[in-house]
Design a protein around this ligand. Structure first.
Ligand code: UFG
Length: 321
């Protein structure tokens, strides 16, 4: 059993990883300023410190065996209009966290990075050696942190992994996606099925893809969570392991909408809308490194299953559960 600090454990992915750590018998303290996370999302059994990354030094002590770092702003569009917010929190906050870890002698870190570090892909599937040319301050902030972590590993012997997520979806029990405002495709389509939104806007149908809509690699949040526990065990001092996490298969926006229709039985009207700025046509991961280095195999690759879990969560929330 180990004791971990989970920053951002009141958010979507952080709460699911916290639930997995607790189930594996670990002790978890969540550090979250609740600016986007929600108190009720923190799984029972974890302690919550309501605080900012910038004050990490106050909360970190040598009793922690490692840190899993999720706390960050994550809206690509907002990062374009308010870049300073992203540098201050995602980059500045992580600098403070790394310094606090160094002072407290905590030598293990798993970081929530993103496929957004790559930007427009040169070829697909995307491998970790692909060029990193983020197209938004959000992606740039995640890449900057990846570089900071590499330096920390080299200079101070930190053991670290950056996990670059593709399109995270689905839910795990009481833990699911509840961004406000919501911008992600699957929860938005489910809002239509619930009757709280009239139609789904399809952003662009003239991309160079089979049906003209963007293709993404959807990964179940519980599969993603399992990779974090494996990464914590796989990392070694002085090495910065970087792994993509995806299923390796792509689904178009129209295929996602069709899957939601099948799973929910709702007709889900769609409206053709203009392209959203900054959306690459196709983002699909090569997760070979995660398979080889972590021994990770996603066990829930089926899109209908991912949507069904998200649907159960959305319905329970809608009913006030
Ligand atoms: N889309 C629509 N209509 C909507 C919402 C989304 O057509 O109402 C489309 C988008 O244009 C995109 C696809 O659905 O083509 C998926 O969009 P999401 O917003 O769900 O996800 P993204 O692929 O834009 O973003 C995800 C993560 C980011 C990460 C990015 C890079 O949410 O954090 O992948 O991999 F940076």
């Amino acid at each position: 059993m180990s004791k971990y600090l989970v920053t951002g454990g009141a958010g979507y992915v952080g709460s699911v990883v916290t639930a997995h750590l607790l189930e594996a018998g670990h002790e978890v303290t969540v550090l979250d300023d609740l600016s986007t996370g929600m108190r009720e999302a923190v799984p029972e059994g974890a302690d919550l410190i309501e605080g900012r990354l910038q004050d990490s030094a106050r909360h970190l002590g040598p009793s922690f065996d490692g840190v899993l770092h999720f706390a960050a702003f994550s809206q690509v569009g907002e990062s374009v209009t308010h870049p300073g917010k992203y540098w201050e929190n995602n980059v500045g906050g992580t600098m403070a966290l790394l310094a606090a870890m160094r002072s407290a002698g905590i030598r293990k870190l798993v970081f929530s990075s993103s496929a957004a570090t790559y930007g427009e892909p040169v070829s697909v599937p995307i491998t970790e050696s692909a060029p990193t040319a983020p197209t938004s301050p959000y992606g740039a902030s995640k890449l900057a942190v990846d570089h900071m972590i590499s330096g920390e590993c080299t200079a101070h012997g930190l053991a670290a992994a950056s996990l670059r997520y593709f399109n995270v979806a689905g839910a795990y029990g009481d833990c699911g996606e509840r961004h406000d405002p919501e911008s992600h495709l699957i929860p938005l389509v489910l809002q239509v099925a619930l009757g709280s939104r009239e139609a789904i806007s399809v952003f662009g149908d003239d991309y160079p893809t089979p049906d003209g809509t963007c293709v993404r690699d959807y990964i179940h949040v519980a599969d993603l969570a399992e990779a974090h526990l494996l990464a914590m065990d796989a990392i070694s001092s002085g090495e910065h392991l970087i792994c993509n996490l995806g299923n390796g298969s792509g689904f178009s926006v129209r295929e996602v909408v069709a899957t939601v229709r099948r799973v929910t039985g709702h007709p889900v009207p769609e409206i053709a809308a203009a392209r959203r700025a900054g959306d690459p046509a196709v983002l699909v991961a090569s997760s070979e490194v995660a398979r080889e280095r972590l021994g990770w195999t996603p066990s829930r690759p089926d899109l209908a299953g991912i949507v069904a879990d998200a649907w159960d969560f959305a319905r329970a929330r809608h009913a006030g559960g």
